[in-house]
Ligand binder design. Structure first.
Ligand code: PEP
Ligand code: MN
Length: 293
């Protein structure tokens, strides 16, 4: 690894690749994230109703998703927007897991909620606004559940790796990193998808890396293209928002795919996933150099 990266990431030695550890695979039920299979996590931004969640779970599973996402505790920009169903939402997610067989990933916003969220969820999501909430990182780590750590919207790659290091330091090696876009001067998209962060993270860290094209784009028209870019960039998976009727969604409808668009996007990913499969476990930076001779 370059000396300049070694210097930048020196505070996170445990997340960096080493002779002993080239790739971490995170086990979730019968799945391995970072183990070669491209893993899509999909579902609504917020858990709204039993019907909405079940219909979405069944649809995304049929299209090849392996985890169901859905927020029960929602970090909303406005205090007057729907804040999530809380524990009732977790119970709906657990019923959806039972019916669909999909593992559940859902956000936890406060260390006080970690025990209850960990009781129902298979993966704890730490959102962009909480990436540097160390009390939460510590409590989530101690729960023993795998953690999906989203990049802070104003965080550097070094900041993200430092937060991952905090989780590892509290005895939990099962961290999945997520690039979800960062704030820049560009306002036409909701965030700026930092696509370079994906091969960089794959190059320097042994942790699995996924991308969230929904929050990066903010607009559903852009989501499939960003998803394909994430595959080609070497991501181990995706987190995508899907809703039966996005225009009526209680949160993030503008960036949510409807069922037909999700199905089409999943089909469109296949050739790109097939291209990367033989080299998944290797280093994407090296691979792309080798590909051009
Ligand atoms: C979400 O996944 O719905 C979410 C709130 O994500 P982020 O923390 O990336 O904004
Ligand atoms: Mn959302």
């Amino acid at each position: 690894m370059r000396g300049s990266w070694q210097k930048q990431f020196a505070e996170s030695p445990g997340v960096l690749k080493s002779a002993e550890r080239a790739q971490t695979t995170v086990q979730v039920l019968n799945l391995e994230i970072g183990g070669g299979e491209f893993i899509t996590m999909a579902g609504p931004c917020s858990v709204e109703t039993e019907f909405q969640l079940m219909a979405t779970a069944n649809h995304v599973r049929r299209c090849g998703a392996r985890l169901l996402r859905g927020g029960a505790f929602k970090p909303r920009s406005s205090p007057y927007s729907f804040q999530g169903h809380g524990v009732d939402g977790l119970k709906m997610l657990a019923r959806a897991r039972k019916e669909s067989g999909l593992a559940i990933v859902t956000e936890v916003m406060s260390e006080c909620d970690v025990p209850v969220v960990a009781e129902f969820a298979d993966v704890l999501q730490i959102g962009t606004r909480n990436m540097e909430n160390y009390a939460l990182l510590e409590a989530a780590a101690l729960s023993g559940r795998p953690i999906l750590l989203k990049r802070g919207m104003m965080a550097t790659v070094a900041d993200l790796l430092r937060s991952a290091q905090v989780i590892l330091d509290h005895g939990n090696p099962n961290v999945i990193l997520c690039e979800r876009g960062i704030r820049t001067f560009e306002t036409a998209t909701r965030n700026t998808f930092d696509v370079a962060a994906i091969p960089l993270l794959k190059h320097v860290s042994h942790l699995p890396v996924i991308a969230d094209p929904s929050h990066a784009a903010g607009y559903r028209e852009l989501v499939p293209a960003l998803a394909r870019i994430a595959v080609v960039a070497g991501a181990d998976g995706l987190l995508v928002e899907v809703h039966p009727n996005p225009d009526k969604a209680w949160s993030d409808g503008e960036q949510s795919l409807d069922f037909a668009d999700f199905e089409e996007m999943m089909t469109s990913l296949d050739p790109y996933i097939a291209l990367r499969e033989p080299t998944t476990k290797d280093d994407p930076v090296t691979n792309s150099l080798e590909a051009v001779g």
